[in-house]
Design a protein around this ligand. Sequence first.
Ligand SMILES: [Cu+2]
Length: 282
Amino acid sequence: MKRVAGLACLALVVLAVVGGLEAAPRRLAAQPGTAAAQPTLVAEDIKFVPATLTVRPGTTITFVNQGALPHNFSLDALHLSVDVQPGAQTQFTIPATAKPGTYSFYCDVPGHREAGMTGTLVVAAAAATGPSVRPQAATAAATGGAVTALQTQVAALETRVAAIERRLGLATPGAGAASGAAATGTAAGHGVVFTVHGTGQQVSNKFTVPASGTYKLTFVAGGDLTFGDATLENNAGQDVYPFDVSVSKAGATATAAGSLNAGQYYVSVTADGSWTITLTTF
Ligand SMILES: [Cu+2]
């Protein structure tokens, strides 16, 4: 009988230990450093358990009063003040707009804060969910688009600067050599001094006008061109009047005729497509 009583006592001890172990995980769920999905904050006489709670913005916290006194959770920075009566529980939610950081909270029942009923709430960064990832991808795409647009603008500016430099005689004639070469021969009854094919902004190779006389410059736009302008420049890179022709649509032809002295010349082109330029005797 004494032995049975001893076993019964042992069984009670075992049950108590097991019961304590089972209770432990419920407390662990709200230990400091964790960001439990459904954290619980317990008010006791006279402290908070746990004293430090880590949550994400928008988290709802279950607030339980296991003491004999009324208690309260106050966090001024987040405009929270929640009362809980002895043996009762309630819930409150950390604002979704709460900035990540460390906040102090306290019980506002007179004397409790002074008695040490305070705690620390750590607001972690918001979880990276789908909706917060997609805007990042969109931002990257928008950035890429902006870069492409800037590159296009830079290329257009470089083209304009190159054209201006040629007009001002700053560019080295022949530096952006066009395809084709000076040619001689006869076309439609006129002697061909020079024929050049090219695309976009170019300065032709140097060619020679063998004798002073009247000449005609002909600009023929390719099928991919919407604007083109060509000028004849002398050896010093200066425009030679009136050899300045422009076209503004695909396949168009423009001509200019006038007097040229014998000497060396270049053709300077500003265009957004392909073209053919010919200088003939007139
Ligand atoms: Cu209190």
